[in-house]
Design a protein around this ligand. Structure first.
Ligand SMILES: NC(=O)c1ccc[n+]([C@@H]2O[C@H](COP(=O)([O-])OP(=O)(O)OC[C@H]3O[C@@H](n4cnc5c(N)ncnc54)[C@H](OP(=O)(O)O)[C@@H]3O)[C@@H](O)[C@H]2O)c1
Length: 384
């Protein structure tokens, strides 16, 4: 029987890669639902090609226009639309690939009704990690990490377990500014920051990769996913992005997971899990790769990585505040309201003003998120 899939964020980078994988296995998977925001042109092509039973978009007008064109499909919109697409009764697996905090609720709803969730949207665990992982435990649910690093670690830990685990290592490409001196950060433009050396991704994650906030989010994500402390999570710069994750055991063995830097590989892994199907993507040829290099992270130049370790230690709603402040700061940088070097400043200033008094619940996550957005906007206003 075909595995039935709903994709939240189908028009994004992960969403499009997911559809490309599904297309190459059309005898194994069926697209039941697609949810997107405002890219109606791309979404229309996807509806034409995959004929989903249900589609959701951000606004009502787009939903009604599409309904006139595609009469066989049911259309939804807004937050409720995302909920519908996350909980469609016939769906087996929900790909959670929205960007930012908008993905928290639908991911929660998908897990609540017992769907297998493939999680790309890392901000879900950064903001609501403790509550999300409690829900997974309570429902005996399945959360499969799509992020290449966490996917690699999941594969290693799934096989070799946690007994005698010393540490895990996340690799970082270092982003586009690895070799740019900190004194030149003031001059960097959104165009330069969006040019990632090894991965082609959406705007938010590309900017977060340039500040290393993305790697910090991955530290928090790994902490929640694998129930680890910050002291057990190491980050190493590995510009070739061939090794995605390593696990080290106390007996002196370190195991690594390698592949070409292509998101179709972890996406196919989670879609096919627990099986492995042959992929069109080539297997790594180490003789062609030649050399793999590693170096430590310059914490002075990329302070947001250190901030993330502190957030993981504090727990509570600090993750929600960090994510929301960063989302606002990245938006302001893309609109050229602040400089690249000021993204970290906005995040830090917002965190400095926070005292974690919101209720320890998912509702509290939204309150903290809302508080942080207002605060970050204020910090940005003060800068201009
Ligand atoms: N890209 C990667 O290689 C990669 C790797 C690992 C992890 N991730 C994580 O995966 C997530 C997605 O990344 P991405 O690069 O695919 O992002 P992206 O290209 O920006 O795509 C985001 C998707 O979310 C949709 N969306 C945004 N706001 C929405 C809203 N309010 N309502 C409905 N849909 C909305 C967008 O729709 P429209 O475009 O139609 O507006 C788009 O389909 C992020 O959390 C990222 O950190 C990405």
């Amino acid at each position: 029987m075909k595995k039935k899939i709903s994709i939240l964020g189908s028009t994004g980078s992960v969403g499009q890669n997911t559809l490309a994988v599904i297309e190459s296995f059309s005898h194994r998977f069926e697209v039941i639902g697609l949810a997107a925001g405002a890219n109606i042109l791309k979404l229309s092509e996807q509806i034409q090609r995959f004929r989903p039973a249900a589609v959701s978009v951000a606004c009502e007008k787009d939903a009604l226009d599409l309904k006139n064109r595609f009469t066989q499909t049911e259309f939804f919109w807004g937050e409720e639309g995302l909920e519908q697409l996350a909980t469609l009764p016939e769906v087996d697996l929900v790909m959670s690939a929205l960007v930012g905090a908008v993905g928290i609720k639908p991911t929660w709803q998908a897990l609540s009704v017992g769907k297998v969730v493939a999680l790309a949207n890392k901000e879900v665990l950064v903001s609501a990690g403790p509550w999300m992982m409690d829900l997974v435990k309570e429902k005996k649910g399945t959360l499969l990490p799509v992020d290449s690093e966490h996917n690699a670690l999941f594969q290693l830990l799934d096989c070799h377990g946690f007994q005698g685990l010393e540490k895990i290592t996340l690799t970082a490409s270092g982003g586009p500014f690895l070799k740019i001196p900190e004194k030149d950060f003031k001059m960097l433009t959104p165009e330069q920051a969006l040019r990632h050396p090894t991965w082609s991704m959406g705007k938010r994650i590309s900017i977060d990769s340039a500040t290393l906030m993305n790697k910090g989010f991955e530290v928090i994500e790994a902490g929640h996913l694998f129930n680890l402390r910050g002291t057990q999570i190491e980050v190493v710069v590995h510009p070739q992005s061939m090794i995605h994750g390593l696990v080290s055991y106390q007996d002196g063995n370190t195991l690594a997971c390698l592949s070409l830097p292509d998101m179709k590989i972890p996406i196919a892994y989670v879609l096919c899990y627990p099986e492995r199907y042959p992929q069109e993507v080539p297997v790594l040829d180490l003789t062609k790769v030649g050399m793999l290099t590693f170096e430590g992270v310059d914490g002075q130049k990329f302070p947001l990585l250190g901030v993330a370790y502190e957030i993981l230690k504090r727990g509570g709603h600090w993750g929600a505040v960090c994510n929301a402040a960063d989302e606002v700061a990245v938006g302001a940088f893309l609109e050229r309201k602040i400089g690249f070097h000021q993204i970290a400043y906005v995040v830090q200033k917002t965190l400095d003003a926070f005292s974690d008094l919101f209720s320890k619940s998912l509702e509290g996550v939204y309150e903290a998120d809302h508080w942080a957005r207002t605060k970050a906007q204020y910090v940005i206003k003060m800068l201009s």
